[in-house]
Design a protein around this ligand. Structure first.
Ligand code: NAP
Length: 259
């Protein structure tokens, strides 16, 4: 079947396009680089002609609060309109576990608005909420840096590899729409500190890491369970330590992972 991947040039999108093609589907990568812009609407009706499924794994170019909100609201509206005109049978979007639990975030309210627009829209849908990607753990650490020290909140963390996300989203996308939300996470839950220390050890990063209840997560207040699935979640297969052992996340070539 024809599957359009909005954000097909991105981290998840490019892996998703490969997975879908391996499964025998006609996967079309769509993003501004290939002349398709979900924010302006450019190229949407042409790319959706004959498509059965649209997967939105795009991301906003700016994470400033009003810009990111405008991006996800406008892009989702444009996508749903084009899908209705083209007769698309399944809209899949990648969101974030716990997005509604971080109202102080500049980013998460926009993901909540994206989900609400999809739920209210005309296309049958499945929303996939993922925990943080392994590839994002370094950015999580950097966001906590104050004067050369990494300050982390004392919270649980359950990151997932981008490869697992792509495999799971591909399978969900070519199945029937659930008209509900599924959560996916990594195979191991531990403190955020533990994952950052594993990464720093692998990268030989000497910066001190401290855990303090005052630390924020990308400027948002978080509690112990903000970032981990509350109920049942489908779990990825790859463990963070095995991903690191392959040289991923350490500055060595990262794209050598098994499928
Ligand atoms: N990072 C995490 O830990 C995490 C966790 C859970 C969920 N998520 C969600 O996962 C999704 C994908 O993240 P990612 O890290 O794979 O993203 P990414 O690598 O930053 O890629 C972003 C993609 O969005 C495309 N894009 C930007 N503006 C667009 C527009 N106007 N129209 C169409 N496409 C546009 C880009 O296209 P060009 O290359 O052409 O610019 C690129 O393909 C995001 O929605 C994010 O909320 C992330």
């Amino acid at each position: 079947m024809k599957v359009v991947v909005i954000g097909g040039s991105g981290l998840i999108g490019s892996k998703l396009v490969s997975r879908l093609r391996m499964l025998g589907h006609e996967a079309v990568s769509a993003s501004p680089k290939s002349g398709v812009n979900s924010f302006t609407g450019q190229g949407l009706s042409a790319v959706m002609k004959g498509a059965s499924v649209v997967i939105d794994v795009s991301n906003a170019p700016s994470w400033e609060a009003s810009a990111v909100m405008q991006f996800f609201q406008t892009a989702t509206r444009n996508l749903l309109e084009a899908e209705a005109a083209a007769g698309v049978a399944h809209h899949v979007a990648l969101s974030v576990v716990g997005a509604e639990r971080m109202p102080g975030s500049t980013y998460m309210p926009a993901k909540v608005a994206q989900e609400a627009a999809i739920q209210a829209g005309p296309t049958p849908y499945t929303i996939v909420r993922a925990t943080q990607f392994f590839e994002f753990v370094g950015a999580v650490a950097e966001s906590g840096m104050v004067s050369g020290t990494i300050r982390l909140p004392p919270i649980q963390f359950q990151p997932i590899s981008a490869d697992d996300v792509a495999s799971m989203v591909a399978r969900i996308a070519v199945s029937n729409a659930l008209n509900s939300t599924v959560e996916i996470a990594g195979p191991e839950r531990a403190s955020m500190e533990r994952f950052v220390r594993m990464l720093f050890e692998a990268k030989k990063d000497p910066r001190p890491v401290i855990v303090t209840p005052n630390a924020l997560y990308f400027e948002a207040e978080v509690s112990d369970e903000s970032l981990v699935p509350g109920g049942e979640a489908k779990l990825g297969k790859l463990y963070f330590r095995d991903w690191l052992a392959l040289g991923s996340g350490t500055g060595l070539p990262a794209d050598v992972l098994p499928n």
